[in-house]
Design a protein. Structure first.
Lengths: 109, 115
């Protein structure tokens, strides 16, 4: 079983739309959670950490549900510049970081 | 500015040759990682190191070797035993053990092509 499962998409949405991505993880002892953004042929870059109480950064909202072992990312008012692949990342005991396969988002004019 | 430097950005090798990818960080991070990414796929963990002179195998360590002689450096050798070495290789680091919830910081990667 994979440590992290993520719907690969693709998600094609119009500008201004709201889009949500989900990710599930298998290790109940997972310690920390993150969302990364990866542009084509580039390295992943941290979008935001995910805290137990949920957290928001501008148009982006991250949620964590430890009971169901999933994390989510909500993007409001999508911009063309949001087009990228979004990776969920889980840190398990032993300080190993596991990545989902990524969800591809294309925002259409 | 602090960061992680990977070199070279592009690397071409003939099948059967060993090749070493460089990764250097000046973030004073204890933990360093090597990942491999294939087209359309997620990142897979090759090796990681929590402290100097110590490292552990990740999920796909076969055909690779590493060393961690200095805190700043974590080179990866792709040996001729690696069956499908062509990939995008990413090095990352994070603060450990005191930095709970510390994210990974990435270098800009090395694209290795073996023909």
């Amino acid at each position: 079983r994979k440590e992290v499962e993520q719907d690969p998409g693709p998600f094609n949405v119009p500008e201004g739309a709201t889009v949500a991505f989900n990710c599930t993880y298998s290790n109940s002892a997972s310690q920390s959670f993150f969302w990364y953004r990866q542009d084509c042929r580039k390295e992943p870059k941290l979008l935001m950490s995910v805290y137990s109480s949920g957290n928001e950064d501008g148009r982006f909202t991250a949620q964590l549900n430890r009971a169901s072992q999933y994390i989510s990312l909500l993007i409001r008012d999508s911009k063309l510049s949001d087009s990228a692949t979004y990776l969920c990342v889980v840190n398990i005991p032993g300080n190993q970081f596991y990545f989902g396969t990524g969800t591809s988002l294309t925002v259409i004019p | 500015d602090g960061g992680i430097t990977q070199s070279p950005k592009y690397l071409f090798r003939k099948e059967g040759q060993n090749v070493t990818l460089s990764c250097e960080q000046n973030l004073n991070h204890d933990a360093m990682y090597w990942y491999r990414q294939d087209p359309g796929q997620g990142l897979r963990l090759i090796y990681y190191s929590q402290i100097v002179n110590d490292f552990q195998k990740g999920d796909i360590a076969e055909g690779y070797s590493v060393s961690r002689e200095k805190k700043e450096s974590f080179p990866l050798t792709v040996t001729s035993a690696q069956k499908n070495p062509t990939a995008f290789y990413l090095c990352a680091s994070t603060g450990f053990p005191s930095s709970y919830n510390s994210p990974l910081h990435f270098g800009n990667g090395t694209r290795l092509t073996v023909t």
